[in-house]
Design a protein. Structure first.
Length: 218
């Protein structure tokens, strides 16, 4: 197995995963970087370049072809934000493949991960926290929308999770009210939340990028 911050692509049950390996054999943390609609396994590298070299970083490629290019996690519907339940199956598929992948590469690793996602990848992060709170430690939602859970179902206890939310107040793709909805819901569920808002569009500002890097770096 290559080491020392080499990158490699692996196939796990039909899904493509890109890995940045840690400098040493035992990674200090595992970070899963989740791209948005029309992205791929290279899209999130811009967010991880400044993360510590002792991290194992995994970039999954979403399973659905997106239009006009790239890939996505759930098919968007015009003028309707996907609900939490629409992400359930793909979250289960992702966690199952990550477990298999981590066992196969042979590096020591924690059963709890840090995750970060942009746009639809941010919605995936909310959903992973909702369905798999015991498998995660830190969750970063970057310009992501909040998939509403079924109000008839009990809310999960997220007191063991830390969230970082970054959003642009001028975002016309995912309005900032989506970040506020997520922030409000997370606090009610007991999560610890850091919120960074900047006067930018559908991207992460320099200040919020610094906050994101600090959040994932103990």
């Amino acid at each position: 197995m290559p080491t020392g911050n080499d990158t490699l692509n692996l196939l796990e049950r039909g899904w493509v995963f890109r890995l940045r390996l840690p400098q040493q054999k035992s990674p200090a943390r595992t970070v899963v970087m989740i791209h948005g609609w029309t992205g791929d396994e290279t899209s999130m590298e811009v967010f991880s370049r400044a993360l510590p070299q002792d991290s194992l970083i995994i970039y999954p490629r979403a399973p659905l072809p997106a239009h006009p290019s790239g890939f996505g996690w759930v098919e968007p519907r015009e003028e309707i934000w996907p609900t939490m339940q629409r992400f359930e199956a793909v979250c289960q598929d992702l966690v199952s493949r990550l477990d298999s992948l981590l066992d196969e590469i042979g590096l020591p690793h924690s059963r709890r991960w840090n995750i970060a996602g942009f746009s639809q990848g941010g919605a995936m992060c909310y959903a992973l926290g909702y369905y798999f709170p015991g498998r995660l430690e830190k969750i970063a939602v970057l310009s992501g929308y909040f998939p509403e859970p079924d109000p008839q179902l009990p809310s999960p206890n997220l007191s063991g999770l830390s969230f970082f939310i970054a959003h642009g107040s001028r975002d016309e793709t995912v309005p900032s009210e989506q970040a506020i909805r997520g922030l409000t819901w997370l606090k009610k569920a007991g999560a610890r939340v850091i919120f960074c808002e900047s006067p930018v569009g559908h991207r992460v500002s320099t200040d919020c990028m610094k906050g994101f890097q600090g959040f994932l770096t103990p």
